[in-house]
Design a protein around this ligand. Structure first.
Ligand SMILES: NC(=O)c1ccc[n+]([C@@H]2O[C@H](COP(=O)([O-])OP(=O)(O)OC[C@H]3O[C@@H](n4cnc5c(N)ncnc54)[C@H](O)[C@@H]3O)[C@@H](O)[C@H]2O)c1
Length: 336
């Protein structure tokens, strides 16, 4: 049995599908602060298999310990966390408490229950300003906001944990920019309020829920002047978790990028989305946003070398799948 913390969320629900489809049993623990339990109903409909759901907070060590023991959990994929960069600057203590303290409690429960295999959702945000590109895992780490620092501190904590007890098998996954949705259109990203990420915003403009997209700067040193990011299809990202799990057979800590290795500009995303949806995406160009970098993309070759994992889905497919999800669920899970 695999425990997925944060499994009702955007990435977690796609990881749940991947695990169930691979024949693994899954229990999700989520406090539903940024998700809807309907996602898990959809996961089960897609897979034709059931999973267990426990409404709990990862900071509740006793609840986690009880789940680990009751269900004979053998490994944990830990996605639960708060993830909005802007909010993290406004409420840093909330982020440290939820993400860092939450992970400490989870690890403590795992230690007591004798479960020592952990896959952790980290982020490319830990790299901060790129000193060179593509970003490989040896690139210096210098996060520029509290959210990124929570991820960095957790990474360091997990390395210290392994240094103190070399039975642990830990995979740290640094995600680049997850986008898209499951091809069924049944699960996808369902932001509360104004979306922080590009694709959900573009999709809401295309469907007419928002008037226009605000592009933060078109005077970067890139082909069309807009920022370049490494967008990765969430289903490819989810399969990276299965690869990690299958290869964490030996004790150790391994830190791996999950990206495509290819950057796409904001305008390229807009044009691709317009093409797949057949809808216009009006936009305005504003000033650069403080802290944004011109270009950021991964060197994803370590994941391929270690685990034989690489992404396969194109930007067109990312946009097409996101659009299908948006069309079928104009109000996200709240319409269900
Ligand atoms: N989406 C991205 O762009 C991105 C990029 C890099 C890393 N990540 C990381 O991946 C993970 C999943 O991200 P996502 O995009 O699916 O976000 P999400 O908000 O959709 O999912 C996170 C889930 O964790 C739950 N959660 C939060 N705090 C919890 C707690 N204390 N106890 C129990 N459940 C809790 C939320 O309710 C939510 O369901 C996060 O850790 C995030 O930081 C995301």
């Amino acid at each position: 049995m695999i425990l997925l913390t944060g499994g009702a969320g955007y990435i977690g629900s796609h990881v749940a599908v991947t695990l169930l489809d691979a024949g693994l049993d899954v229990i999700v623990v989520d406090n539903l602060t940024n998700s809807n339990q309907a996602s898990l109903e959809r996961v089960q409909a897609i897979c034709g298999r059931s999973l267990v759901f426990r409404h709990a907070d990862i900071r509740n060590e006793e609840a986690i310990y009880e789940v680990l023991c009751t269900y004979g959990v053998t490994a944990v994929i830990h996605l639960a966390g708060l993830k909005a960069v802007g909010d993290s600057a406004a409420q840093p203590m909330t982020y440290y408490e939820n993400n860092v303290v939450g992970t400490m409690r989870l690890v403590s429960a795992m230690t007591r229950a004798g479960v020592n295999t952990l896959v952790f959702s980290s982020s490319a945000t830990v790299y901060g300003m790129p000193a060179y590109l593509p970003l490989d895992e040896k690139h210096p780490v210098e996060p520029t906001n509290p959210y990124g620092r929570t991820k960095y501190f957790i990474e360091e904590m997990l390395r210290d944990l392994y240094a103190s007890d070399d039975d642990w098998r830990i995979g740290i996954l640094r995600y680049f920019n997850p986008v898209g949705a499951h091809e069924s259109g049944l699960i996808g990203e369902d932001p509360l309020g104004v979306p922080n990420n590009l694709l959900p915003f573009v999709a809401q403009v295309a469907i007419g829920k928002r008037e226009k997209l605000h592009i933060w700067g078109d005077d970067y040193d890139t082909l069309d002047g807009t920022g370049i990011r490494d967008f990765i299809h969430v289903v490819d990202l989810a399969s990276g978790h299965l690869s990690a799990l299958s290869h964490l057979k030996q004790p150790g800590v391994v830190t791996v990028n999950l990206g495509t290795g290819t950057g796409s500009s904001v305008l390229e995303v807009v044009r691709t989305f317009e093409a797949v949806s057949g809808r216009p995406v009006p936009y305005v160009i504003g000033d650069r946003r403080v802290g944004d970098v011109a270009t950021c993309y991964a060197d994803p070759t370590l994941a391929e070398r270690l685990w034989g994992w690489k992404s396969s889905r194109s930007l067109t497919q990312m946009c097409a799948d996101h659009w299908r999800w948006q069309m079928k669920n104009p109000n996200g899970y709240r319409g269900t």
